[in-house]
Structures are given as structure tokens and as C-alpha cells.
Write a protein of this length. Structure first.
Length: 391
């Protein structure tokens, strides 16, 4: 039987991330344990030196993950130099205090550094250690601000290896960003071509709907209202989504109109409960049609395919944390093999490319289905239109 490449281990994104983290942790541990200073401490003091080495490893691991996965994405990649420099200096000071406490513990526990025999391996590192500890004692816990050599020693001791790993990570992040932008640009070009191909028919249908609305407005007001709602949806789709982003308020109004149209069509077969914010700041923008697939999915799989009473719960909250969308729906007595199709697969890809900081959680129970989506506020208020187009 032919063995597919997709069946090999570490072919899934989560498995590859786990492998990458394991390699980083192992590499950092090897670098720290093989360092001349820690090797001398372990040789001289045994278990006590090993504990100091373990502390250095955890300290440097914290620097790598704290800077690489929190500090850099929020401040370096978004070019916020002032808070970046302030947090770097704060971290640098905190690490020096930790090193000062570690050497004080060594000094009190084993009298480090003592007069070691000439046979001690890496004796040059030992001499430097003795000199630096005496300077640390002389200048106190904040000696890095009064002595240049201590400032440099702090970097050599705890930041050299994390800085090396962070340089590789920054290079990888830059390459991944370029690939994502290229993929997004290609998708947008394809969408634009598809839009141009289908532009004639929607305009024709939109004009026909306006004519039907004029003919039915007096004779059948309910039908006219339905046509008016559908016309409003098409107008938003054709004329108000030309830009990469739209005001969030307009996108939410589009969802309201869609729900009203579905409510008219389904009648009393669905128990519908919706919650929208009363108003949204005009500066908050969103990529159009990112939220509507989740609403369409709820009606498609929760109402259209069921003859019994169904229910849908929708809540959209916009606060200081960002946008939270929660939508759940009942499922028919005889559910489909799978819930959600190409539309949800596409929106997952768009969210990954356009909103890397989003959180999407899906709960698929036998009789109900729920989606929780969170878009961080910074992604809504500072979205770069040029990045959206992939330039």
C-alpha cells in the first residue's frame, strides 16, 4: 500500500510547531550547559553549580519566549520604538537583579568564587567570574547603571544565546510574513478576476429587483419589503465593499439585514435571539464578509435542513478587548456527515492571513453547534490597507 506523505509524523502545523519548540529548548539547554562559566561552576561545586546552571537556562528561556512571542510581535514588528526600548531596559534590569541574586546565593552557599586549584578547567572564565562578582558586590544590585563592564557582562551571561535564537526567529517570521502576503495577494487577484467576470449579472439582477420592488410596493407590501431587503444586501455587496476594509458598523448592519431576510423566509420555524452593540466607533474597521459565513452556516445547517423547531443564538460584543462573536444553532435530528463546508474553510484561511492574533473556537455537539470568534482591538483599529491588498 502506498504510504502518503500526509501520513508522515510532524506533517501537521501543530506537530511542526511542537517539534520547533523542542529543538529550541534543547539547543538552548546544550548551549547554556556547555558554556565555560557554568561548566566551571558544575565542575567546582557539583550539585550547587548544576542548580545555578538550571536557573540560567530557565532565565534565558524566559527571555527568548518573552521577547520572541510577546515583546517583538507587539512592539518591534509594529514599529513602536519607545515602549520597545522601555521594556527591553526593564527586562535587562530584571535579569541583572536575578543574576545578582544568583551569585549572592552561590557566595553564601559555597563561598563562590574561592581560590580554585590551577587544574580547574576553563580557568580564564573562573578569573573573569571572580573579578565580576567583586564588581557586583562593590556596585550593588543596580551596578549595571554605574559600571559599563557589568552592563556588558550581564549581556554576555544571559542574553548571548537568546539573542542568537531570536535572530533566527526574526528571520523566519519575516520570511513567513512575505509568504503570507504573497498568498494573500494571489487570492485577492483571483477574487478580483472572479468579481470582474460576474459583474454584469449582479448589476442586471440589482436593477431587476428595483423594478420588481416598484411593481409590488402597492399590491403586495410584504413581497416589496422582501425585495427591498434583498436589494439592500446586493447594494452593500456591489458598491460599499470596494475598499479592503469597511466600517464595522456597516458590516454589522449588513448582517442585521441578512438575518431579517432569513427571518422573513423561515417564519416561525426558528427561535432567533440576536444581540448587537448599539453603536460602534467609526474608527473601527473590518475586512468585509469575514463574519457573515458563520451566520450563513447557522441558518444553512440549523434551519434549512430541519423541519422541526430550530433555534439560533447570536451575540456580537465590541469592547476594549476587541470584537467577540458567539453564534450557536441547533442541529437537525438526522445531522449531516460534516458541519460547515467550503465557506468556513475559506474564512479560516482569511482569518489566518488577515488577523493572525484571532482566536477561533468551534464546538460541535450531537444536537448543537457553536462558534466563538475573537478579533483583537488593535487588529480592527490599525489595520493596514496595503497589507490587506498584499502590496
Amino acid at each position: 500500500m502506498k504510504f502518503l506523505l500526509s501520513q508522515l509524523p510532524f506533517q501537521t502545523p501543530s506537530a511542526r510547531r511542537l517539534l520547533a519548540h523542542a529543538i529550541v529548548v534543547l539547543a538552548l539547554y546544550v548551549l547554556v550547559s556547555a558554556d565555560g562559566l557554568t561548566a566551571s561552576l558544575i565542575y567546582r561545586y557539583g550539585t550547587t553549580g548544576q542548580w545555578f546552571m538550571n536557573g540560567q537556562f530557565l532565565l534565558q528561556l524566559g527571555i527568548y519566549y518573552g521577547w520572541g512571542y510577546w515583546l517583538f510581535p507587539r512592539f518591534l514588528y509594529r514599529f513602536k520604538p519607545l515602549p520597545l526600548l522601555a521594556l527591553i531596559l526593564l527586562t535587562y534590569t530584571g535579569v541583572y537583579l536575578a543574576n545578582y541574586a544568583g551569585f549572592s546565593w552561590l557566595h553564601q552557599t559555597v563561598g563562590c568564587p574561592d581560590d580554585s586549584p590551577p587544574s580547574l578547567p576553563l580557568s580564564s572564565s573562573w578569573v573573569k567570574l571572580a573579578a565580576m562578582w567583586h564588581r557586583m558586590e562593590q556596585h550593588g544590585p543596580l551596578g549595571l547603571f554605574t559600571n559599563v563592564s557589568l552592563f556588558g557582562w550581564n549581556f554576555l551571561l544571559s542574553f548571548t544565546y537568546p539573542a542568537l535564537l531570536l535572530a533566527f526567529k526574526a528571520l523566519y517570521d519575516n520570511m513567513a510574513s512575505q509568504i503570507s502576503n504573497a498568498q494573500l495577494k494571489q487570492q485577492n487577484m483571483q477574487l478580483e478576476l472572479n468579481y470582474l467576470k460576474s459583474q454584469i449579472n449582479p448589476h442586471f439582477l440589482f436593477n431587476v429587483l428595483n423594478s420588481v420592488y416598484a411593481l409590488t410596493e402597492e399590491d403586495c407590501p410584504p413581497a416589496a419589503q422582501l425585495v427591498h431587503q434583498l436589494s439592500g444586501l446586493m447594494q452593500y455587496t456591489l458598491y460599499e465593499t470596494a475598499e479592503p476594509t469597511v466600517p464595522l458598523q456597516k458590516e454589522l448592519q449588513f448582517i442585521r439585514d441578512y438575518i431579517a431576510l432569513e427571518k422573513t423566509r423561515t417564519g416561525k420555524r426558528v427561535d432567533l435571539q440576536v444581540l448587537f452593540p448599539e453603536s460602534v466607533n467609526e474608527s473601527v474597521h473590518i475586512v468585509p464578509f469575514v463574519l457573515i459565513p458563520f451566520v450563513e452556516n447557522a441558518f444553512k445547517h440549523g434551519v434549512q435542513r430541519s423541519t422541526r423547531k430550530s433555534w439560533i443564538r447570536l451575540a456580537v460584543v465590541v469592547d476594549s478587548a476587541g470584537l467577540q462573536l458567539t453564534i450557536s444553532n441547533s442541529k437537525p435530528a438526522t445531522p449531516e456527515v460534516s458541519i460547515g463546508g467550503l465557506g468556513l474553510a475559506n474564512v479560516r484561511k482569511r482569518l489566518t492571513l488577515l488577523y493572525p492574533g484571532h482566536v477561533l473556537q468551534v464546538v460541535n455537539e450531537p444536537d448543537w453547534y457553536q462558534v466563538d470568534l475573537t478579533l483583537p482591538l488593535y487588529a480592527l483599529t490599525s489595520f493596514n490597507k496595503r497589507e490587506t491588498m498584499g502590496y
